[in-house]
Unconditional design. Structure first.
Lengths: 709, 329
């Protein structure tokens, strides 16, 4: 047998089979059984006279008297729906007012995430535009030539010519000479005007209407010209000769202009023979020929042909499509270096610049430049393929460029549209800056570079980690309800939205009840003309369409650009003012009926002050009704507030509101994709309103089971 | 009776006077930018001959906005009484034309959902009351409560998700399908009907709860009345008790409120029509309100006030007519 102390401090005998203190936790059932047994024992011990001490049938002890409050409470808790409603409301209050205290995120906190995003990393392009590298800094190339260099070179390429003479609009002659693929030299020539041959001369006009021939001023009349013209027109040759003169017709509708080809050369320096003239007419379209070991250039334009005698020429610039890349980023490539290297690649293969001697070695499609002191590591290279960051900056390392070039060549050979290679790519951090390790080296990670051929260029895309706003994230352990379109935590916004909704509901209902009790109380108590006026005001407010007014006010607040909080306050005031009429009517009706009852007559008889009679005796009796309507009214206010917010006329961003949250995903596409945002929020609204209605109904039944709904 | 109606009518006119006055004050105190914006828009229209300032003056004069509140209201009222409502700013057509073009869509939607509500809610309310505290009763109570508690926009969004997005039966918004113009008359009718299904469904769901609850409460009250007990006591079959004694008496308050809500069929549904893009009066009213279209807004609000007053009047009269126990005075 074990003896232990029970909670009353009395010695108890532990039942069999229990050991020591373990038995302290007795079930209630056992406890009750024990008490019953004790009572039985006491009765047996006390004798038969005690058996009659049971409560008699009419004893008041049989009736359990409850206070009115207890009665209401008892009726309330027997209503299942009311209990459900109360539990939902308790949950909502905890959710909206207490949970945010412990929840780590605020309603306006924006979340970011690292995400792999495909970015355009680099671009490769075959360079077709020729760069002009001046050999002589003081020399100038006239713009009319400079602008057309690339076009002229392309023309030379297509005609497989190696030389071309260019005449600038100011009359200077330039020579374009091909040195190697992609390298051309521009020579400025010193030349004198040697001979001219004017082109055709306007000779006459011929009109087919009436066959009128009119000669130009100063032109000699020729017999038979008109006949020849007619003949030429009818045979459609538009070309004929009379004697040694050649004529050409140019048609303009019914009119023909007759041109006569010019006769011969005007020599400016020295007369030359037919052999010279033949050479000129061979190159009549512009060109270059050698006659008696002297060079001549020919230019042709609408005025005729001009022949220049070349007296000397000087190489003033190099033209190239090659682009230079240094192996060591610190190695700066100057224009002089480029020129020297290009010259070397054409000629000797060696050059010196900045006091060093370099050697140029051609390799496949690129040319490497070695310092003669170190024949193993090239210092620079040049090729026609330009590889740059997509932004256009030349910050890529040469090794990357070479690798890319290699892959692109493969692609070009196989005709593939895409190519891939792996390369360590520098990574960026939250601020978009590059990350460095403790040695100050860039942190790089191997990434797959995808090359896509686009038209004539190649775009290299890399998956890079980017730091961006975490919008519309699906629910995860970090964000239990996901994030919204602004990257804010939906659960946090649900909580704060609930806080706003509940707060608005309570403030509005309190406001309309205070207004309604005062107005209704005055009307009901005093009656007469006061009652009449107030009730007409109530009629008017009953008649005012509240939703349109709220929408207009919302649009007005928008126009006034009120701050979200000011707006919220104003919205509550407007809602309260629009809602007091119902309360006033109810209070007045109640007071009118209460006023006639005995206790009010008694109150008047003992000479109580008006205020005391109203606030001590009337209002408390109206309270039950008011509490019921107010509870249901809370739900109504929440619906109104969320509807306004949904329309964008209520609570404004960044303040959270349930209506606004649903509105933010109300487009067809968002509605479909982000059901995890708007359905829970919508259910929260429904649940809260249902709960208020359940509780309101429960209270109504509890206060007065016969009360009309 | 005639005296009663005349008295109520007189009272209604006074209330209407004050309601429109309050609404006018509200419109009057809107930021001036609305009038100014409209004036500038009108001034830049092709074929316009007046300057923006002239338009501002004219628009202000039209609505008495430059006259002070009292006088301005007088101007508006005299225009309104003469049926001169001006031109809608946002739709650039006379307010009355706009009203004629849109009111019937609203009315049809309102009427259909009204009929649906009556035929669904009243039987359910009666059934719930007959079997108080049964499963049916709880189900009806909960359903009606949930229907009351759901905001229109949520119902509309859920319906759209289910029927438009998931099932693809109806279109999301609008009143006409893509090939509307190529359809025959019957085809056009069905196309329009198809577009009206979801809005009507929304209106019905949102409106059904209140009527259901009201029916149930009144039926319960009647079932507890002495005459029902008497009817049962004298051995009438339960069906007869319900249909003849109980239901007819339940109809008294029902007819009163239903009659009172008849004018409301014309008032349109601001939110539903806006959400579904139905070009009814509610849609245009919403557009007018948010764009500051004063003529149409004023017209709409005055119209709604008249409907409300008319509804109250009808329900008061019906109350007296339907229930002989109620004396008019």
């Amino acid at each position: 047998m074990n003896i232990y102390k029970d909670s009353d401090g009395m010695d108890r005998i532990a039942p069999e089979g229990r050991k020591g203190n373990i038995a302290i936790h007795k079930s209630i059932n056992e406890e009750l059984k024990e008490r019953e047994r004790k009572a039985r024992e006491a009765k047996q011990a006390g004798g038969p006279e005690e058996a009659d001490s049971e409560i008699s049938l009419d004893s008041t002890e049989r009736v359990k008297v409850l206070s009115p409050g207890q009665l209401v409470f008892k009726r309330f808790i027997t209503n299942k729906l009311a209990i459900v409603g109360s539990l939902i409301l308790i949950f909502m209050f905890v959710f909206a007012f207490i949970a945010p205290i412990f929840y780590p995120y605020s309603q306006t906190q924006i979340f970011y995430k690292y995400d792999n995003s495909l970015i355009d990393y680099a671009q490769a392009k075959e360079r077709t535009e020729y760069t002009l590298l001046m050999l002589d800094k003081d020399a100038e190339v006239h713009y009319s030539v400079k602008n057309k260099l690339t076009a002229n070179i392309n023309q030379m390429k297509s005609a497989s010519e190696t030389e071309m003479t260019l005449i600038s609009s100011d009359g200077n002659t330039y020579n374009l000479v091909k040195n190697a693929d992609n390298i051309y030299s521009l020579y400025a020539t010193a030349a004198e005007k040697y001979a001219t041959k004017s082109g055709s001369v306007k000779y006459a006009n011929y009109s087919t209407i009436g066959a009128v021939l009119t000669y130009e001023a100063g032109a000699e009349e020729i017999d038979g010209l008109a006949d020849k013209i007619k003949e030429a027109i009818s045979s459609k040759t538009l070309h004929f000769t009379i004697g040694s003169d050649e004529f050409t017709l140019v048609q303009d509708k019914k009119n023909y202009t007759v041109y006569r080809a010019s006769e011969g050369f005007d020599y400016l320096v020295k007369e030359e023979g037919d052999a010279f003239e033949e050479l000129v007419s061979e190159n009549a379209e512009g060109g270059r020929f050698t006659y008696k070991n002297e060079e001549y250039t020919v230019t042709a334009d609408s005025d005729g042909i001009t022949v220049y005698h070349v007296t000397g020429q000087e190489r003033i610039a190099l033209l190239t499509t090659y682009v230079f890349d240094a192996y060591d980023p610190s190695f700066k490539i100057s224009e002089e270096f480029e020129v020297a290297a290009l010259m070397a690649s054409i000629e000797s293969g060696e050059f010196s610049a900045d006091g060093n001697t370099y050697r140029v070695v051609s390799e496949d499609d690129e040319t490497l430049i070695y310092n003669t002191s170190d024949e193993t590591n090239p210092v620079a290279a040049f090729s026609t393929m330009v590889i740059r960051r997509y932004s256009g900056e030349d910050t890529l390392e040469l090794a990357f460029k070479e690798k890319a070039r290699e892959v692109i060549d493969e692609m070009a050979e196989t005709g593939a549209k895409t190519g891939k290679f792996t390369w360590p790519i520098a990574q960026v951090d939250a601020d978009g800056a590059y990350t460095y390790d403790e040695n100050g080296e860039l942190i790089k990670e191997d990434r797959e570079v995808t090359i896509n051929s686009k038209n004539d260029s190649y775009v290299m895309t890399v998956e890079q980690v980017v730091y961006l706003i975490d919008t519309f994230a699906r629910p995860t352990s970090q964000h239990l309800a996901g994030t919204d379109g602004d990257g804010m935590d939906v659960l946090a916004r649900m909580m704060y939205g609930g806080r706003v909704s509940l707060m608005v509901a309570f403030v509005v209902v309190i406001l309309e009840n205070v207004l309604g009790i005062i107005m209704g109380g005055i009307a009901g108590f005093f009656g007469g003309w006061v009652d009449n006026i107030i009730m007409r005001a109530v009629d008017i407010f009953y008649c005012i369409p509240s939703m349109p007014i709220l929408i207009i006010m919302g649009a007005m607040f928008d126009a006034m650009k009120l701050k979200p909080y000011t707006r919220l306050v104003w919205m509550m005031v407007v809602l309260g003012v629009l809602g007091w009429a119902g309360v006033a009517r109810l209070v007045r009706g109640q007071i009118l009926s209460l006023r006639e009852q005995e206790f009010m007559v008694a109150a008047e008889a003992i000479g109580l002050k008006n205020s005391k009679r109203i606030f001590r005796h009337l209002i408390p009796n109206v309270m039950p009704q008011l509490i019921v309507t107010a509870t249901s009214g809370l739900g109504g206010v929440i619906i109104t507030e969320s509807t306004l917010s949904y329309l964008g006329l209520g609570v404004k961003h960044p303040l959270a509101s349930w209506g606004t949250m649903i509105n933010s995903v109300s487009t067809a596409e968002a509605m479909k994709s982000y059901t995890y945002i708007w359905i829970p929020v919508g259910l929260l609204i429904c649940l809260t309103v249902v709960a208020f209605n359940f509780v309101g109904d429960g209270l109504r039944d509890a206060f007065d089971p016969k009360m009309k709904r | 009776m005639a005296k009663f109606i005349a008295k109520r009518l007189g009272l209604s006119v006074i209330i209407f006077f004050f309601v429109t006055f309050i609404i006018y004050i509200l419109e009057y105190s809107l930021p001036t930018s609305y009038v100014e914006k409209t004036a500038r828009e009108l001034a830049t229209r092709p074929g316009n001959t007046k300057s923006a300032q002239q338009w501002i003056d004219e628009l202000n004069a039209q609505y008495g906005m430059d006259q002070g509140i009292i006088k301005g209201y007088g101007i508006w009222l005299s225009n309104t009484v003469r049926g001169n409502f001006g031109d809608s700013w946002s739709q650039t057509m006379p307010v009355t034309d706009l009203f004629n073009s849109c009111i019937w869509y609203s009315f049809v939607m309102g009427l259909i959902s009204f009929v649906l509500e009556i035929f669904i809610a009243i039987p359910l309310g009666v059934v719930a009351a007959r079997k108080q505290y049964s499963f049916t009763d709880y189900a009806v109570t909960v359903v009606s409560m949930v229907a009351i508690s759901m905001p229109t926009f949520f119902v509309a969004t859920v319906l759209k998700l289910i029927f438009s997005v998931k099932l693809g039966w109806f279109e999301l918004v609008g009143m006409q399908g893509r090939y509307y113009t190529t359809l025959s008359t019957a085809g056009k009718f069905w196309d329009l009907a198809n577009h009206l299904v979801l809005p009507i469904l929304t209106l019905t769901i949102v409106g059904i709860g209140g009527l259901m609850r009201y029916t149930r409460t009144n039926m319960l009250e009647v079932l507890n009345a002495d005459y029902v007990r008497t009817a049962r006591a004298k051995g009438l079959p339960e069906s007869k008790v319900i249909s003849k004694h109980a239901f007819r008496n339940t109809l008294i308050p029902l007819v009163t409120i239903l009659g009172g809500s008849l004018p409301g069929l014309f008032s349109g549904a601001l939110i539903t029509e806006t959400l579904f893009g139905i070009r009814g009066i509610g849609y245009y009213a919403y557009q007018a309100m948010i764009t500051g279209d004063i003529p149409f807004t004023m017209f709409y609000l005055a119209f709604i006030s008249i409907l409300t007053l008319l509804g109250n009047l009808i329900s008061d009269i019906l109350y007296a007519v339907v229930d002989p126990r109620v004396r008019v005075n």
